[in-house]
Design a protein around this ligand. Structure first.
Ligand SMILES: [Zn+2]
Length: 76
């Protein structure tokens, strides 16, 4: 897994309005990062590993509900 990839393969769907593409996802993530510092003080992240991720809340951006969100691993 590289930096910037999705934490899980879960796909969300709002049962209220049918939204499948726009959500606010509130999550707690523990991660290890290989921070590569230059002597000039700049930093780049060469490697990142997600150790643990917990999704606390998912809110639909369309209808603003968090009690109608269904999760599925089926993208179709
Ligand atoms: Zn919705």
């Amino acid at each position: 897994m590289g930096a910037g990839e999705a934490v899980t393969g879960e796909v969300y769907r709002c049962a209220h309005c049918g939204n499948r593409t726009r959500f606010d996802v509130y999550e707690t993530v523990r991660r290890r990062r290989f921070a590569h510092f230059t002597l000039g003080g700049e930093v780049s992240i060469d490697e990142e590993e997600i150790l643990d991720a917990t999704v606390e809340r998912v809110v639909c951006r369309w209808c603003d509900r968090d009690d109608a969100i269904e999760t599925t691993t089926d993208a179709g």
